[in-house]
Design a protein around this ligand. Structure first.
Ligand code: UDP
Ligand code: MG
Length: 322
């Protein structure tokens, strides 16, 4: 059996050697599997590509795909899935936050227990800034309430999948990719493994708070149309409230007079409604923007350099997708 491990790398020169060493141990233990390490260099600005090429020169199990610029981790995952030709495909971070030592267990679950994929989640967020954990929790709670996609709190992108699962993932060639949702959306039998959070071995995280915030909005827009319903609901509620207010004002004018006064309250109401209208237009706009990006059908990534040949079928598939 061939196992392709996809490793998205963005400025990971410091971590790659640790990763490779750790993987070598696992590959040693799993002699019964034909390994391939598929590094996706996501437009790194440091020596990541050089390091990968050095590894590739020494070890022919090391393959790489190098992007023409930074396209983001989601694009790197998609590229990895397109290029992967293993019977099994794993996705793992380069910083050893996804412990390679879990691979034998994951392999067993698919080959012996018959699962289609094995996913992992960390049970705690040790070593993470508390505010980040707090917002992450809120996001998962909100997401599960407003979306049908089953998104698990603490789920990592670390996963092992069989061919059927990968093919299903590739059928979704959408431009705005939110893998955590897509994994759940395709279905299949997934086994969950849990592990304690591990801090990154070297280098720095590539996700600032702001980047994560925007990513969470991507996730919501990609997997839920609830915000649009909320906008519509607000509109209807406002109409009802104003109808009651009109009747109240007319009746009061007829009974007591003097209802024409009170422009400050009028200004407040106008500002309030103006705000709600802008918010709703904004929500609408964010869906429109995503649709706009989607209909342009731009490729998810552009490969500049690779030592991995795509099979004929994959080339056809990805051309069709584009
Ligand atoms: N990554 C990437 N492209 C990016 C950002 C990150 O390929 O634009 C890779 C990165 O090299 C790492 C993985 O995605 O292998 C996870 O990134 P990181 O460890 O910075 O995220 P965190 O674990 O802190 O959420
Ligand atoms: Mg990390």
């Amino acid at each position: 059996m061939k196992l392709t491990a996809i490793v998205p790398c963005y400025n990971e020169e410091a971590a790659l050697h640790f990763f490779y060493e750790e993987m070598q141990k696992v590959m040693q233990d799993m002699q019964y599997v034909d390994f391939e390490l598929l590094f996706i260099n996501d437009g790194s600005k440091d020596k990541t590509l050089e390091v990968i090429k050095e590894l590739a020169a020494e070890d022919n199990r090391v393959k790489y795909v190098s992007f023409s610029r930074n396209f983001g981790k989601e694009a790197a995952i998609y590229a990895g899935l397109t290029y992967s030709d293993g019977d099994l495909t794993a996705i793992m971070d380069a910083d050893l936050q996804d412990p390679p030592s879990l691979l034998p267990q994951m392999y067993e679950a698919i080959v012996e227990e018959g699962y289609d994929s094995v996913a992992t989640r960390r049970v705690n967020r040790k070593g993470e800034p508390p505010i980040r954990s707090f917002f992450a929790r809120c996001f998962y709670r909100l997401m599960n309430r407003i979306s049908k996609a089953d998104i698990v709190d603490g789920a990592r992108d670390y996963r092992l999948m069989n061919r059927a699962f990968v093919d299903a993932m590739l059928k979704m060639s959408e431009y705005n990719r939110f893998s955590k949702g897509l994994f759940g959306w395709v279905g299949f039998d997934t086994k969950w493994l849990e592990f304690e959070n591990v801090e990154r071995v070297a280098g720095e995280t590539k996700w600032s708070f702001w980047k994560l915030f925007l990513y969470s909005i991507d996730g919501i827009v990609a997997f839920s149309t609830m915000p649009l319903s909320i906008a519509a609901f607000l509109g209807v509620t406002m109409c009802a409230v104003s109808a009651v207010a009109v009747i109240f004002t007319i009746v009061r004018q007829l009974l007591y007079g003097g209802s024409a006064f009170g422009w400050p309250s009028m200004v407040c109401i106008i500002m309030f409604l103006g705000g709600i209208q802008l918010l709703c237009i904004g929500i609408l706009g964010s869906y429109l923007a995503k649709t706009y990006l989607e209909v342009k059908r731009r490729p998810v990534f552009i490969c500049k350099e690779t030592n991995k040949a795509k099979t004929g079928e994959q080339v056809k598939d990805s051309e069709e997708a584009q």
